[in-house]
Design a binder for this molecule. Sequence first.
Ligand code: NAD
Length: 271
Amino acid sequence: MKWNFEGKNAFITGGASGIGKKIALDMASSGASVAILDMNEELGNKTVEELKKAGNGKAIFLKGSVSDKEGVEKLIDQAMVEIGDFDFVINCAGILRDFLVSRFNEKFWDLTLDVNLKGVVIVSQAFVTKWVNESRAKAKEKGEKYLPILENKPRVIVNIASLAAEGNAGQLAYAASKAGVVGVTLTMAKELARYNVRTHAVKPTLIATPILGKLLEREDGKFKDYYEGRIPFGIGKTSYVSDPVCFLCSEGGYFMNGTLIPINGGKMDGL
Ligand SMILES: NC(=O)c1ccc[n+]([C@@H]2O[C@H](COP(=O)([O-])OP(=O)(O)OC[C@H]3O[C@@H](n4cnc5c(N)ncnc54)[C@H](O)[C@@H]3O)[C@@H](O)[C@H]2O)c1
């Protein structure tokens, strides 16, 4: 067991594939119960079977889109009935629709911002509203306006941003969505510390997952060679993102809030 998440519950969007799936597997095999919310039903059901084998906690799949506020709120209520209260919320669902500013595509812009940015806010606010209400109710019971910070249950939100947040040619909407995620992360970190909630973002470089589509196969592997040449330590694996995320959720990350961790493969100037 790499981490000790015994008795912890994790809610992971985009958990059916790629980075989210790896985080879900690492958390499940470290003792956590896991709910994954994803649009892809086939992969979601398959991943849940793997999660059940990986650990002895509960594992459930919730089919839905992070950009559907009403739907997300219902699915979170369902997950809380089936699993219980959540300690970790990992916002990992994301899409890639690339275009240059000179080829602005409004449909792709709206879709990317809806999923990658609004989706993070929709899922986070659904949990945060419950946590703030819980805190206020406990304070009221004690006849106080605010509950002392450490009397709130400790919780962690980790958002998967990207190094593209710093700007990347050809990724207008994606870069804007991930820069938005950074702003949202820092804002939540400032607002939520008083409720004992830590909020972080990680900013990976290129990681080999299905989101890249056929990018790495293009022109007989020339694209793969190009990206491998650009990133000193090469194209990343999903564990390079999962490990820092698990650390942030672990006891070792307890004293940290509002961190933005670049997972840059050794490259210091963006993607
Ligand atoms: N792979 C990379 O190079 C890379 C680099 C930096 C950041 N990221 C980010 O990491 C996250 C995970 O991406 P990945 O690389 O694992 O790709 P992936 O395609 O393997 O996983 C993304 C998952 O999100 C799900 N999803 C998409 N739209 C959704 C929606 N509206 N509601 C719910 N689920 C939805 C997909 O079904 C899929 O399972 C994304 O936010 C991505 O932007 C990836």
